[in-house]
Design a protein around this ligand. Sequence first.
Ligand code: PAF
Length: 272
Amino acid sequence: MRAAVGATREAGKTIGLVPTMGALHEGHKSLVVRARAENDFVVVSVFLNPTQFNNKEDLRTYPRTADADAEMLRQCGVDIAFMPTVEDIYPEPDTRVFDLGPVSRVMEGAMRPGHFNGVCQIVSKLFDMTQPTRAYFGEKDFQQIAVIRAMVEQMGFDLEIVQCPCVREDDGLAKSSRNVRLTPEVRRVAPAIYRTLVASVEFARYHTVQQTHDWVVATINAYPEMETEYFSIVDGRTLQPIEDWEQTDYVVGCITVYCGDVREIDNITYKQ
Ligand code: PAF
């Protein structure tokens, strides 16, 4: 990997990196297509990173589709499909501890202790190994992008983070590798998450932040198959909760919902 990207860099060419955990779908494909259009050389990493899973059962049941992933990447014309083993990436345990400040402590940071630390461990290693000019991440993981931006700033990586729109199923459910684990009954109701978020943008015009929050949670929890873990209406830059719509010019609602035993996350922009 180092030899390939070293030669590419020396030739003055740009490198686009798309980090993934495999089980690739149309959402990943949109990142790869964009990276292909914007760079001379494209690396896609496929690595199910154990250090970011705070829940062992989630890691055990995470879909693994290496052959199909390799075929999709071949068809997309990527230059390198980087599919390392755990030993390649972590020949020694990674004991680094990141402190990315308030953006990393709320929401997923609070609910999944150690998750963002693991994300920073793997993403910093991938940046180091692949020396990208640009790295591509999906907006579905809105907080992850903020945390990675903070890490890039803190560690002084010389690269651009490219934030790409969430890709959805026809019924609005955000594409996710975990969707294959939804039972048919839960899959039928899961689109209500995004439908409710979209409807809440209109609701928010005539209601307070707290009322909007409560309405979204109540609407989703009215489905017996779903249970909201948290819904936070936050400043889109600091990710800290807001109390008043006028508090900032960038407002995003971030939600996590248990759909059966599958944890789905999504978000909506109220103001930008
Ligand atoms: O978003 C993901 O799929 C993962 O968190 C990432 C960025 C590939 C790191 O393992």
